[in-house]
Design a protein around this ligand. Structure first.
Ligand code: BGC
Length: 877
């Protein structure tokens, strides 16, 4: 692992042989050499079963330091062998390590308007073979770096988006193989990206949010075979020019003119006549941190089908709504233009529906340089789309779609006998990938693509279930804490750009991402470190709410986004939901205080824990006193009050009944927005109301989750009826949200086909339909609750999670004789409580032997059989 930071190294190990012996002790050693002939540090023999996020012994790594680790464990069978060696190498962790300057094109017109990308190059000689070379790099704006014409990485849009006023992320690459004795060239191309490109919905004033000058900051450190070393850094000796990239913007797309290409400029001995000396611009070295979260990459290439043709235009369909771009192979003449426009859906006449993009042009344009075949793909941009229109005189030989995303390993898998539900699951996976492009965003297509905290709050548990997103969230939460304000609270978008006035900070259910997201990460990955890191931020958020309370101890009415996009809200005023927004604000306040109390307790601070628990209870009681009659009127009211323990113990079943009645009376109609949707099925499940939960989940009429699948969705829509039952596209009209009337608001229109918030339901599907849930008392799937809830109409289901311990899986099937067979697999270090879906006379066998109904299972494979199982049977909807 290259480029790790200055924080203590934390290790996680998996033990392959499940056996039935648990870990009773471990030992970690570190060394400067891979053969461990000399130890740097040892943990000694430590008693305990910890396998996840264990802090390695020894001082934090110094910049550039290489360190090797190995671990072994003891079980009742004795000590294991040492694990394979893990080698880590630190990046540049001190501001003083950075001697490179930030360089760019002098008098870059890009400071005023979209302009050609600066090209930067430096040629140097090596007098001997290269033993080892590292490139440390970051930039103001996005960059691509090559050595002797070879890209140093396939990562895209580096250094990614962070709260640039506080943090600029760097990466480390092993470039030893790209250099050779003689003349070498290191080169870079810069793009506006998030730093200087468009951000926000006001096309008259949306550029250069972070700065007007781009800058490449690169430091190449080389050790030669003759024992000498040298350093090549970006400085005023670099040469600069422009080339074929005439402009590149995340919203608008790229304009590439191959007649302006400077062929060979990244290779040695290129004629640099006409190139200028680079301009050096100031930057703050102390903001640079090694990036710990996976970079953005191509994740899939998909073929397209031509679905429309008129004149010199074709419309291609990639079959999937995603974030990415179109890659073309064309053959034409010098000067031929190729224009590619993008859209998520087609109008009824077969044309692209581009209104949803608002002011984002989402158009890539190429000018061909000669008559040969050429491959085209845009630089420093991406689009949210399924369809693309390609307009050109040239012959289109190939058109494929490339999906991009922060490259997180997939960890959650689900499948069942209901293909529509499987497609919903796939749609959520795709919406996560499309919206995890460096930071968690609301959508990937229109002039927005911002880190809306409410969307993240709603979706975080599902995101953690589907992908290995721990570092991704940890990085974003670091920005959330840095952008947080002691008085105003947490921003509605992180990184904090674009918004002004009241909507900017402290909105209920949005700002609560400060407490909800760390908690979701802790529960799913089981590493206390996230709570340790975020605890101050959690506390500061709750304390800012305390300061805003009125004399009645409650938060007063204020502008809120509320249960955003409640299907019963006026379509152009999505904040006017049925559930009272002051009730919601206070309920979220109570729950944020409760999560802060839980975190304090886990971190060992009992005084703070009881302080925040008292606060949570106090607010909960006041909320109940103020809104108990209101709560039972809506699904969101009941779901929030039940999930956040606002409802006093003795009243729970009455409110559970009320929620179940609401669901039944409306035939499973989803009546919740962004805040209620993630909770409603969980609230039903906690009360044992599976018939009603399934009535909602499996409903196919509008509004419902499966409605959109049946209408052909391949990702999760922002509005429940983005395509209306008559097949027409929702008009998407919007009034300016409260508090934003005097700002150039989101252009009077809001309609995205790729918003993950409603996809939050998928976490419920893993936990209850499949029956695989993490247990927050032993988080990270160390202990799991195996409680499948079969339902009529679904014959089998299976789910698995690749947790840090290994694969945890469940699979159930309704056998022809009516029994339910359940197969469970648990990795070393894990255990599970099996809770059968049982009727009074059900019997349970475990691996062929009669068993108690509730059984604790250890590592390994187990087969359970439940006779006369309880099968949920929802009313038809
Ligand atoms: C975004 C949402 C966001 C909301 C806040 C919209 O424009 O797309 O997903 O949470 O505004 O109200």
């Amino acid at each position: 692992m290259l480029g790790i930071g200055a924080e203590p190294v934390r290790l996680t190990w998996r033990v392959e042989d499940p056996g039935d012996q648990g870990q009773v002790a471990y030992e970690i050693q570190s060394s400067g050499s891979a053969d461990f002939d000399e130890l740097l540090a040892s943990s000694g023999e430590m008693r305990g079963e910890e396998q996840i996020g264990v802090e390695a012994p020894g001082a934090p790594l110094k910049s550039r330091e290489i360190r090797h680790y190995r671990a072994r464990i003891a079980s009742a069978a004795g000590w294991s062998d040492w694990s394979p060696v893990l080698t880590v190498e630190a990046g540049l962790n001190q501001a003083s390590d950075w001697v490179a300057e930030a360089v760019t094109l002098p008098d870059d017109p890009g400071s005023q308007r979209q302009s050609p990308s600066p090209l930067l190059r430096h040629e140097f000689d090596l007098i001997a073979d290269v033993k080892k070379a590292r490139l440390y790099v970051t930039s103001l704006g996005v960059h691509r770096v090559s050595i002797n014409g070879q890209p140093v990485t396939e990562e895209l849009l580096n250094p990614g988006w962070s709260s640039y006023r506080h943090r600029l992320l760097s990466a480390t690459y092993d470039v030893s193989d790209l250099l050779s004795p003689g003349s070498n060239v290191v080169s870079g191309v810069l793009g506006d990206g998030w730093y200087r490109g468009r951000l926000g919905w006001d096309p008259t004033d949306d550029r250069a949010r972070y700065g007007v000058e781009l800058g490449l900051i690169a430091q190449l450190e080389i050790e030669l075979s003759d024992g000498s070393s040298m350093r090549v850094i970006t400085d005023e000796d670099w040469l600069t020019s422009t080339g074929e990239i005439l402009s590149a913007d995340l919203y608008d797309g790229a304009v590439i003119d191959f007649t302006s290409e400077q062929l060979g400029w990244e290779l040695p001995e290129f004629d640099t006549t006409g190139w200028k000396k680079a301009a050096v611009i100031p930057y703050r070295k102390e903001l640079i941190r090694p990036r710990q979260s996976p970079a953005v990459r191509e994740i899939e290439t998909r073929p397209t089908q031509v679905v429309g043709r008129s004149g010199n235009k074709i419309i291609v369909d990639g079959g999937q709504n995603l974030a990415g771009f179109v890659r073309l192979r064309v053959k034409g003449d010098q000067g031929d233009q190729v224009t590619v426009r993008h859209a998520e859906v087609l109008e009824s006449d077969g044309e692209l529906h581009t209104r949803a993009l608002r002011s984002a042009k989402a158009t890539d344009n190429y000018t061909l340089a000669d008559g040969g075949e050429v491959d085209l793909e845009p630089t420093f941009t991406f689009h949210g789309f399924r369809y693309a229109e390609v307009e050109t005189e040239a012959e289109v030989i190939l058109a494929e779609v490339v999906a991009i995303s922060s490259d997180l390993p997939r960890r959650g898998w689900f499948e069942c006998s209901d293909q529509t539900l499987n497609r919903l699951h796939e749609n959520v996976v795709w919406s996560q990938q499309a919206n995890f492009v460096s930071i968690p965003t609301d959508c990937p297509q229109r002039d927005e693509r911002l880190g809306w905290t409410g969307d993240a709050q709603a979706f975080a548990p599902t995101a953690c279930t589907l992908f290995e997103a721990q570092q991704f969230w940890s990085s974003w939460l670091e920005d959330l804490a840095l952008d947080q304000d002691d008085q105003l609270g947490v921003p509605s978008v992180v990184p904090d750009v674009v918004l002004e006035g009241e909507p900017r900070f402290g909105r209920a259910g949005w700002a609560d991402a400060a407490t909800f997201v760390p908690w979701a990460v802790y529960e799913s990955y089981g590493d206390l470190e996230i709570l340790r890191k975020q605890f101050e931020s959690m506390r500061r958020w709750v304390d800012s709410l305390v300061a805003r309370r009125g004399v009645d101890r409650l938060l007063p009415p204020a502008m809120q986004f509320g249960d955003w996009l409640d299907p019963d809200a006026p379509p152009d005023r999505p904040w006017e939901a049925k559930a009272d927004s002051t009730f919601l604000a206070n309920a979220f306040f109570s729950h944020s205080a409760r999560l802060t109390a839980e975190a304090a307790e886990l971190l060992g601070d009992t005084a703070l824990s009881s302080h925040y628990r008292r606060l949570a209870d106090e607010i909960a009681a006041a909320v109940w006193a103020g809104w108990q009659d209101h709560v039972i009127e809506t699904q969101t009211g009941c779901a929030v009050a039940l999930s956040f323990d606002i409802v006093p113990g003795g009243e729970r079943s009455r409110i559970e009944d009320a929620l179940a009645d609401l669901v039944r009376q409306s035939e499973g109609r989803v009546a919740t927005g962004f805040l209620g949707t993630p909770l409603v099925l969980h609230a039903l499940a906690r009360g044992g109301r599976f018939d009603e939960a399934y009535q909602m989940l499996l409903r196919r009429r509008h509004p419902s989750w499966l409605y959109q699948v049946e209408m052909g969705a391949t990702s999760i829509w922002e509005r429940w009826d983005a395509i209306r039952p008559d097949g027409s596209i929702h008009p998407g009209d919007m009034a300016p949200p409260p508090g934003m009337e005097d700002q150039d608001g989101p252009q009077g229109h809001m309609l995205s086909f790729n918003h993950y918030a409603y996809g939050a339901v998928i976490d419920w599907v893993y936990r209850h339909l499949a029956g695989l849930a993490p247990d927050h008392s032993r988080p990270g799937y160390r202990h799991v609750i195996l409680a499948p809830k079969p339902v009529s109409g679904i014959d089998w289901a299976r789910a698995s999670i690749d947790s840090d311990l290994g694969t945890t899986a469940i699979s159930w099937r309704r056998e022809p004789d009516g029994d339910l067979s359940v197969d469970v697999q648990l990795p070393f270090g894990a255990s599970g409580t099996f809770l059968p879906p049982a009727n009074d006379d059900s019997e349970v066998t475990l691996d062929g032997q009669p068993s108690e109904r509730e059984v604790i299972l250890g590592p390994g494979s187990h087969r359970l059989l439940v006779t006369n199982p309880r099968i949920a049977s929802p009313d038809p909807s």
